[in-house]
Design a protein around this ligand. Structure first.
Ligand code: MBD
Ligand code: FE
Length: 309
């Protein structure tokens, strides 16, 4: 071993005691993880000769990040949430699962308990000017059989990139619905085409991104949880093609297979047939679910979610 401060018996004993590895109480796995994380931090401090002022500026950064409730924003910004997806992909491959719709990150803006309806829904309340969107598709298993009674839980931003609940100017559950698939496994909804999201410009996440020379933008996207008894829950998003950030997402969520064609209709007869009074866009997107299996980690992620009051 190199003669570094980290490698001295004094510091190694300190790390053992810090993480409780010298006692037989507590959580054995957590002790090993804390030992690793604190050791890696000590090594970073030593290798980069981090000074106390720099260290405390990082601690006040983390304090501000938490106080602003931006932890869930920095995590995808640092690619960590995408890495967790890659890990799940790898575990599923090992368990012999393949052929499902690609997963991609949940992000920080899901709200549980959106209104539930059968077959179809309208997500917007008509109060916002925006391109009219009709989206529909089928939920199937990997053998191509329709999944009846699946729940398509969908949420997306408005034309300003804001999400209801987090953006108090929007009505409760605006652009959030749960749709139960019909006898053919189909869902359909009407909404408005979302715009991309941008990190709060004066927030803690953007502050770090600035120092990394990075932007904090996401391409326009629509989130989904698709679930049904006997199947693995799918967490995914589709992206709206043509967006300038389509392949430059600060949250690294764009994946092959998740960018469906967007069909624009300006034909008066088609507009009349849809029962609307303006041009609209259509997206067709089918979801393929893997069956539930033993031996692959659960895809339902337990994390703190706000619930609308
Ligand atoms: C979002 O809308 C989002 O989906 C992610 C991952 C991060 C910030 C805002
Ligand atoms: Fe989002």
């Amino acid at each position: 071993m190199d003669e570094t401060l980290l490698n001295t018996s004094h510091v190694q004993e300190l790390l053992t005691r810090v993480s409780g590895l010298d006692n037989d109480k507590g959580d054995a796995r957590l002790k090993r993880i804390v030992h690793r994380v604190v050791s890696d931090l000590f090594r970073t401090i030593e290798d980069f000769d981090v000074q106390p002022d720099e260290f405390w500026s990082a601690m006040s950064y983390l304090t501000r990040l938490g106080q602003a409730n931006e932890v869930g924003l920095l995590v995808p910004g640092l690619g960590i949430e995408h890495f967790l997806d890659l890990r799940l992909d790898e575990a599923e491959k090992k368990a012999g699962l393949e052929g499902g719709t690609p997963r991609t990150i949940e992000g920080p803006l899901y709200i549980a308990g959106a209104p539930l309806s059968k077959g179809e829904a309208r997500l917007d309340d008509g109060s916002e000017e925006g391109e009219i969107l009709f989206m529909e598709g089928q939920v199937r298993d990997t053998e191509g059989r329709p999944v009846t009674g699946a729940i398509v839980d969908v949420w997306h931003a408005n034309t300003k990139g804001g999400y209801s609940f987090f953006d108090p100017s929007q009505p409760k559950y605006n652009l959030r619905r749960r749709i139960e698939t019909d006898a053919e496994g189909r869902y359909r909804f009407r909404s408005i085409l979302p715009s991309g999201y941008a990190c709060p410009p004066n927030g803690a996440t953007q502050q770090l991104l600035d120092q990394l020379g990075r932007h904090g933008n996401r391409p326009a996207h629509i989130h989904f949880f698709v679930s049904a008894p006997g199947y693995r829950q799918l967490t995914t998003q589709i992206n709206i093609e043509g967006d300038e950030y389509l392949h430059d997402d600060f949250a690294f969520a764009t994946r092959d297979g998740l960018v469906p064609p967007v069909r624009r209709s300006t034909d008066p007869a088609a507009i009349r047939a849809r029962g609307v009074d303006a041009p609209f866009v259509e997206i067709t997107f089918d979801f393929v679910l893997n069956r539930a299996v033993e031996g692959a980690p659960d895809t339902v992620v337990h994390r703190a979610h706000a619930e609308a009051a």
